[in-house]
Design a protein around this ligand. Structure first.
Ligand code: ZN
Length: 448
């Protein structure tokens, strides 16, 4: 370890000791939990699930109605076999009864709002409980890869922070250095500039949207450029194919780790160094795999993923259908971590939009274009034709200003694209499904 990274680590630990001592103790709990015997882990998970279900029943109108309509009582929720009979929570219910999902104990200081376009293009808002220090879940995961949260990092994401918040962020992270590339518009020039900053920093970790990090790898490969290998490449937000992984590992000269998380429930699962499945954060989340009738599928079989957040006591999400498909893996991992394994997720297909001049607009970014006004669209889709022209299809939502908001998003998208290709807006009644799943970006251009 270099002098500077040792210094960064000391400062990081000191700051946490002073200001975030509850995160430090939460972290040590997580480190003990990952080594628990599987039976003890399951017991811990069940106790937290029971506590969450009874909390939701007692403190939200929604769950009292939702479970009460099925004849489920508070006593039933304390029996383990009831859980898998609880009705599945869908995006539709969350949108329709948002206010009723907020716990009566939730003080506004306890939460923050998060909106997702999701890979299915159906915007949704949820509330996150800011009390549990979930950054500790990220620290644990980074530990699996032999890296530290205080390590210097390079990001390829949609940039959210603007001046002065970007400066405040730098101060907060000092002396750790962080650089980023804006995934919302990756041009030849912006990627070369990022590469220059990358090489002067030589970060320990490269992190970003799967599709965008992959595009950066292709850019390096096609231009015969190389980077100083980081210790780890951490990708998230969209499924990682083994083909993409091989290319990225060759170009970056570093292992690529897949992490599964969503805007609604973060830190779900991640690969360890073995990369033979993702360890589920079973002490923080409960993940189920069910068939089309909502019945559990046997281990090893693919099913719809249901997520229960065991920590969010502001806006409980219990058996929430995220819209992805996955499967449990029964093997144990030689790494020594006993958290159960799941396979890489299927179904969150995001593509990129590629302009004639080679500029790339990340699909993960495009899912966020209605984040400030989730009520304005019920669903949306971006369709790129073979001639590279783009159509934004929108099903207007319940926002009284839906039309204006959609038109503004259309203009912004055209501004982003420039005059490279036309962007047409189409208001539609519904977006067609592809095998039960809405594709967010449909691309007719030839694969490059
Ligand atoms: Zn492992």
């Amino acid at each position: 370890m270099s002098e500077s990274s040792r210094f960064s680590r000391c400062v990081f630990n000191f700051k946490n000791y002073l200001f975030r001592s509850h995160a430090v103790s939460f972290y040590s709990k997580l480190l003990s939990a990952e080594r628990l015997a599987p039976e003890a882990l399951n017991l811990l998970n069940w106790q937290k699930r029971k506590e969450m279900a009874t909390f939701a029943f007692e403190h939200t109108t929604f769950y009292r109605d939702f479970y009460g309509a099925q004849g489920i009582t508070l006593d039933d929720l304390k029996k383990p076999d009831t859980f898998s009979r609880l009705p599945i929570l869908t995006k539709k219910e969350i949108r329709a009864r948002f206010d009723d999902l907020i716990a009566d104990t939730a003080h506004p200081a306890y939460y923050y709002r998060a909106t997702t376009g999701g890979s299915t293009g159906e915007p949704l808002t949820v509330l996150h409980d800011r009390r549990p220090p979930l950054e500790a879940a990220a620290w644990r995961m980074m530990r699996w890869w032999g890296i530290e949260p205080s390590d210097d990092m390079a990001f390829i994401y949609r940039l959210r922070r603007k001046f002065p918040y970007s400066v405040l962020n730098d101060i907060m992270w000092w002396p750790t250095k962080r650089i980023s590339l804006d995934a919302s518009l990756m041009t030849d020039a912006s990627m070369r500039d990022f590469l220059g900053r990358y090489e002067s920093l030589k970060p320990v970790v490269l992190q970003g949207y799967t599709g965008s990090v992959y595009e950066f790898a292709l850019f390096l490969r096609d231009n015969n450029l190389t980077i100083t290998p980081p210790k780890a490449v951490w990708v998230t937000s969209a499924p990682l194919s083994e083909g993409q992984r091989t290319i990225m590992q060759t170009v970056f000269g570093a292992p690529v780790y897949d992490q599964y998380g969503t805007c609604e429930v973060m830190w779900l699962a991640a690969e360890c160094k073995e990369r033979n499945g993702l360890h589920i954060n079973h002490d923080l989340r409960y993940i189920e795999f069910v068939d089309d009738d909502g019945k559990p599928v046997p281990d090893g079989e693919w099913g719809r993923i249901l997520i229960t957040d065991l920590e969010n006591k502001v806006f409980p999400l219990i058996r929430y259908e995220i819209g992805d498909r996955g499967r449990r893996l029964t093997r144990t991992c030689p790494c020594g971590i006993n958290l159960p394994l799941m396979d890489k997720v299927r179904g969150r297909i995001t593509d990129v939009v590629r302009l004639p001049n080679g500029t790339i607009i990340s699909g993960e970014f495009l899912t966020t274009i209605f984040d400030d006004h989730p009520e304005a669209v019920a669903a949306f889709q971006i369709h790129q034709k073979a001639d590279l022209s783009i159509t934004l299809k929108c099903v207007p939502g319940i926002d009284p200003n839906a039309k204006e908001i959609i038109e503004k998003a259309h203009r912004n998208l055209q501004t982003n694209v420039g005059d490279a290709v036309p962007v047409t807006l189409e208001l539609v009644d519904q977006i067609p499904h592809d095998r039960g799943k809405t594709r967010f970006i449909i691309s007719e251009r030839e694969a490059i």
